[in-house]
Design a protein around this ligand. Structure first.
Ligand SMILES: Nc1ncnc2c1ncn2[C@@H]1O[C@H](COP(=O)(O)OP(=O)(O)OP(=O)(O)O)[C@@H](O)[C@H]1O
Length: 234
C-alpha cells in the first residue's frame, strides 16, 4: 500500500505539487490520469525520492519520506517502469531483465518469462533488435522479477501502436491475476487505463482534482471530454 499525504514538490523555486493526498490499497491498481504538465511524473519522482518535497509518504504503513532514493529501490520496495523504458540496447533480453538482481532471486526468471512468451522465444537477442512493444515487455519483466511491493508504470502505452498497447495491457491483467501486486499506473489514455484500473485519480495543476471509480462510466466519459484536453478514445 502506498499513501501520500499533503505532498508538495518543487523544482528549484518553482512549485509543481500543491498538497497531493491519495492512497493505493494492497493489491489495487490505481491510475493517475491528466494532461501534459499536470504533475503525474512529479508524483512518481516524489515516491521515488527524486525531487524536493514536503508532506508524508508511507509504504505499507512505514514512513519512507526520509528514506534516500537508492534505498527505496535497493530494498526491492518500489519498481518503476519509466517512460522511454531505460533499456541497455547492447545487452540481451535476459541480461536486461536480471541486471542488478540479487543472485538468490534468479530462479524467479522462469516464472516471469511464463508471462511473456515473446521474450522467452527471443531471450538471447539484443534488446536493440526488439520492437517498441517488446522492449516495453522487457521493462515490465525487469520490474516484476524484483517482486516489488509497489509497481509504478509511467505511461506504458506512450509511442506504441494501438495493437501493441492492447498487448501490454493484457499482460498487465495477467500479471495482476498471478502476482498480488499493488500497482500505480500513470496514463494520459483514460480509455485504456479504465479497463485495468480499480480507481482513477485526475491530476490537474499539481493537485488531485477528482477520484473516480473505474465502474463509474458516466463520470469517466465526461472526464474524457476535450474540455480537459484529453481525448478518451485515443
Ligand atoms: N525537471 C523539471 N524542472 C522544472 N520543472 C519541471 C521539471 N519537470 C517537470 N516540471 C514542471 O512540473 C510540472 C508538472 O510536470 P510533470 O512532468 O510532473 O507533469 P506530467 O503530468 O507528468 O506531464 P507529462 O504527461 O507531460 O509527463 C509542469 O509544470 C512541468 O513544467
Amino acid at each position: 500500500m502506498i499513501e501520500l499525504e499533503d505532498v508538495k514538490a518543487w523544482y528549484g523555486a518553482s512549485q509543481a505539487l500543491f498538497g497531493v493526498t491519495f492512497r493505493v490499497k494492497p493489491g489495487e491498481l490505481v491510475a493517475l490520469v491528466g494532461v501534459n504538465g499536470a504533475g503525474k511524473t512529479t508524483i512518481v519522482r516524489v515516491i521515488s525520492g527524486l525531487v524536493r518535497s514536503s508532506g508524508q509518504i508511507r509504504l505499507d504503513g512505514r514512513d519512507i519520506t526520509a528514506t534516500p532514493a537508492h534505498q527505496r529501490f535497493r530494498q526491492g520496495d518500489i519498481a518503476v517502469v519509466l517512460e522511454g523504458r531505460g533499456m541497455l540496447p547492447e545487452l540481451t533480453v535476459i541480461e536486461n531483465i536480471v541486471i542488478g538482481l540479487d543472485g538468490r532471486h534468479k530462479d524467479r526468471l522462469d516464472e516471469v518469462l511464463e508471462l511473456f512468451p515473446v521474450l522467452r522465444a527471443r531471450h538471447s537477442e539484443r534488446v536493440s533488435n526488439l520492437s517498441g512493444g517488446e522492449q516495453q515487455m522487457v521493462a515490465l519483466a525487469r520490474a516484476i522479477v524484483r517482486r516489488p511491493r509497489l509497481l509504478i508504470l509511467d505511461e506504458p502505452s506512450l509511442g506504441l501502436a494501438p495493437l501493441v498497447v492492447n498487448e501490454v495491457y493484457a499482460t498487465l491483467e495477467k500479471l495482476r491475476a498471478q502476482f498480488d501486486m499493488t500497482i500505480l499506473l500513470i496514463e494520459q489514455n483514460i480509455a485504456m487505463s479504465r479497463k485495468v484500473a480499480d480507481r482513477l485519480y485526475l491530476v490537474r495543476s499539481g493537485r488531485i482534482a477528482r477520484e473516480l471509480d473505474a465502474t463509474d462510466v458516466n463520470a469517466l466519459e465526461s472526464l474524457s471530454q476535450s474540455a480537459l484536453g484529453i481525448d478518451g478514445n485515443r
